[in-house]
Design a protein around this ligand. Sequence first.
Ligand SMILES: Cc1ncc(COP(=O)(O)O)c(C=O)c1O
Length: 412
Amino acid sequence: MSIPFLPSDQANGAALCRRAAAVIPGAIPGHQSPALNVPGHFPYFAKRGSGACYWDADDRRFIDFMGGYGPLVLGTAHPEVDAAYTDALKNGNCFNHPTEWTVRLAEALVERVDFADWAFFGKNGADMTYWAIRVAREHTHRPYILKVTGAYHGTEPWCSDTLAGVLSEDKAHILEIPWNDHAALEQTIQAKGDRIAGLVTTPFHHPSYGDMELPEADFLAALRRHCDAVGAVWILDDVRGGFRHDIGGSHRYFSFTPDISCYSKAIANGYALSAAVGREALRPAASRVFATGSFWNNPAPHAAALKTMEVLERDTCIPGMLQRGSEWIDAFLALGKKHGIELKASGTPTLPYIRIAEDPGFFKQQSFCSAAIRQGVFLHPHHNWFIGAAHDDALLEESLAAIDRALGGCSV
Ligand SMILES: Cc1ncc(COP(=O)(O)O)c(C=O)c1O
């Protein structure tokens, strides 16, 4: 099969890409595919990283605003988290049983997340969102799951945006409403409320190829009210936003309370781990829904998660990230004004997205992000960005100087 983005040049990344194409379907599959950036302009392979910077296979350095698509809240190769991980590894990382690390991590989450009475662990975000909808169905003995149109919850068929290998039956009991749409919410609840097991939302709407949308007045309150009225379980998918707004969960930043929250990405600063936490009333259903994996109880990622939380709290990282993120967004928008380019910012200070306004096909945005890449700043053209604890003042300043040059040099 021919791969449209396959490069022909002699650079290391390009050569790796051609080798990958021979032995990996799609060469670089999934969300890391160059086809989702701007092929030919963005790096193909990473080589090493430190803090909020990484180097590609051709030793080009980038200030990274994607952080592995979210996990690297403390930056890559964080010495304390990596030490916690490798210390735990010394005793082995795979057993016939869980270890004390698992219990300690569950205790730590239950302590921090205000509504949580229990915790459950997996590896990926999709493990938890899929498990959580099964818990909702088991708890209510109802079939329907209500989700927001365009929201991403993983690649399981129930919520997959692509159709390859997915049957219409896989989505037969999935209902959708647009974010912030009170009328659609009420209509759906009226029509199917007594058959809805659960509602799945992110804390704010963060679609790809679109602006982030914060909750409008009363939308979250309406979701809570309707779930309570019909007895549906509200599942918060905090996989992307978790540990970047409030150590106790993004619901605290937005002032609402779900029934289950799913975390992954930043929870262990890059080590493979996901978690769900929930209310007491859901414990019986959570105990009955069988889900597991060969690696789900490995202790080293659990030790890394405990250390990540400890560092986030000890160094008051999250308030600092929010503050610096907000100043960076303001400075970025000011650069747009300086160059006479109208920019639109959306999202939160730690999950921002800034794009060229009046650019429906994202072509200007692609041109700008490609220019940023040439200046050593990794900004995704169609996906929200991430600002973490490793983006210190000096690095943010450096990134703004590069963005200034990119805005001056791109064709928008
Ligand atoms: C909001 C949200 N939910 C779920 C997932 C799925 O997580 P994973 O890729 O670890 O399965 C993602 C991943 O990007 C996500 O952003």
